[in-house]
Ligand binder design. Structure first.
Ligand code: NDP
Length: 453
């Protein structure tokens, strides 16, 4: 590591002492970018890295709301507008009790590079709240979403900042927030993506992150003459990304044997076929139940509850070919990564954002397996949000085939960028460097063109 990079990381650490996730994301990117700065001293002179690390704007606000019994609750809302060099801010909203500034800054930072990789004109942002939607009635959720938008509407707009969903924010929440924005502004615009099909949403948007992830994994496998046909796959999570990852793996002939939620995971040796996936979708999207119920319904499955005493996650300790972490950040640590490699996994594609710790990433890179970081592999979601924005601007919807073809093309192009850039900078096969540098160059050049702002 060069002295410049070491000093920079030390400075970021000193300035943001209580932000471990943000530091982790910065460290991973900055280490890749050392390769670029050696060749491009002009970026260093213009302090591009120092600027890209500092959010353009952070908005933090009170979200008061009233529950069904009339009790008042106060949550904290955020929007981190990280970088707008190549387009309006774009990135999801997360509602989860773990949400804090560190997590949203790491997500917004990653989003800048991811959005650049998609080839579409989108800056990077992220937002959300420490609100926990679990177990709340639809009416409580609606009142919370309306209160959240009562402040957020001042800071977003179709040409300024276009939020989408993330953990805890799906079609229902986007609907309530869109309704409130429309009432406050008296305008019908594409201010959010992930909208319902009848009111400006795009076909394939719900499927896009999962489908795109599997398209990306297929591209990686093809570099080694392989396909997903007959491959055993581990998937974590059971939300939006996990569900459509399973659907696409099944379509391409693979077999998924795991799914999880924050209480535990199921292992189904026979595979989670279309019928079982339909059960999971109803369980998670309609009844909003726990994954443990899967093992009660299907006797071929074993349920293992989370054991907080373990220093590894048993989900990642099964024989398999491919792994798709689709739950949350840091769900694969060094031991998990070692277990995966030892159990024969040679392809890891990240559906979640930063699901692997820095130590875990090192294990994958040292083992020279196919490893794709989330900012490349899960970019299909935001890319299709970009396509939703394009359709909203034209006021014309595209067909399912049209959107899916464009998504497939974008994932292929992101894969190609990763491969070419990694090679150009002397680290062939390293998708981490490929994604970080590929995403960085376009944003850095735009920042150079636009002066010190
Ligand atoms: P959902 O809310 O639909 O699903 C999240 C899943 O992950 C649930 O099964 C949830 O379980 C589990 N989970 C969440 N937090 C934890 C935790 N702390 N420990 C264990 N399990 C947890 O979210 P998405 O599917 O949309 O998002 C999943 C990941 O994909 C996130 O990292 C997100 O940032 C990323 N992503 C999402 C995109 C999208 O388009 N939606 C786009 C790109 C990335 P439980 O129900 O118990 O909380």
């Amino acid at each position: 590591m060069s002295d410049y990079v070491k000093d920079l990381i030390a400075e970021v650490r000193a300035k943001n002492p209580n932000e471990p996730e943000f530091l982790q994301a910065v460290q991973e990117v900055v280490e890749s970018l050392a390769l670029v700065l050696d060749r491009h001293p002009e970026y260093r002179a213009a302090k591009i890295l120092e600027r890209i690390i500092e959010p353009e704007r952070v908005i933090m606000f009170r979200v008061p709301w009233v529950d069904d019994k009339g009790e008042i609750h106060i949550n904290r809302g955020y929007r981190v507008q990280m970088n707008s060099a190549i387009g309006p801010y774009k990135g999801g909203l997360r509602f989860h009790p773990s949400v804090n500034l560190s997590i949203l800054k790491f997500l917004a930072f990653e989003q800048v590079f991811k959005n650049s990789l998609t080839t579409l004109p989108m800056g990077g942002a992220k937002g959300g709240s420490d609100f926990d939607p679990k177990g709340k009635s639809d009416m409580s959720i609606m009142r919370f979403c309306q209160s959240f938008m009562n402040e957020l509407y001042r800071h977003v707009g179709p040409d300024t900042d276009v939020p989408a969903g993330d953990i805890g924010v799906g079609a229902r929440e986007i609907g309530y927030m869109f309704g409130q924005y429309k009432k406050l502004r008296n305008e019908f615009t594409g201010v959010l993506t992930g909208k319902g099909l009848n009111w400006g949403g795009s076909l394939i948007r719900p499927e896009a992150t999962g489908y795109g992830l599997v398209y990306f994994a297929s591209e990686m496998l093809a570099t080694r003459g392989k396909t997903l046909e007959g491959k055993v796959c581990l998937v974590s999570g059971s939300g939006n990304v996990a569900q459509y990852t399973v659907e696409k793996i099944n379509e391409l002939g693979g077999k998924v044997v795991t799914l999880s939620d924050s209480n535990g995971y199921i292992y189904d040796e026979e595979g989670i076929d279309a019928k079982k996936l339909a059960f999971v979708m109803e369980l998670k999207n309609v009844r909003r139940g726990r994954i443990a119920e899967y093992a009660q319904e299907f006797k071929s499955a074993i349920y293992t509850p989370v054991d907080p005493k373990l220093n590894y996650n048993p989900l990642w300790n099964h024989k398999a070919d491919c792994a798709f972490p689709c739950a949350t950040q840091n769900e694969i640590n060094e031991i998990d990564a070692q277990n995966l490699v030892r159990n024969g996994v040679y392809c890891v594609a990240e559906g979640a954002n930063m699901p692997t710790t820095l130590e875990g990433v090192k294990v994958f890179l040292d083992a020279k397996i196919l490893y794709a970081p989330g900012k490349a592999a899960n970019a299909g979601g935001v890319a299709t949000s970009g396509l939703e924005m394009a359709q909203n601007s034209m006021r014309l919807p595209w067909t399912r085939e049209e959107v899916d073809t464009r998504l497939r093309h974008i994932m292929k192009s992101i894969h190609q960028t990763c491969v070419t850039v990694a090679e150009r900078f002397g680290t062939p096969g390293n998708y981490v460097n490929g994604a970080n540098i590929g995403g960085f160059l376009k944003v850095a050049d735009a920042m150079m063109d636009q002066g010190v702002v």
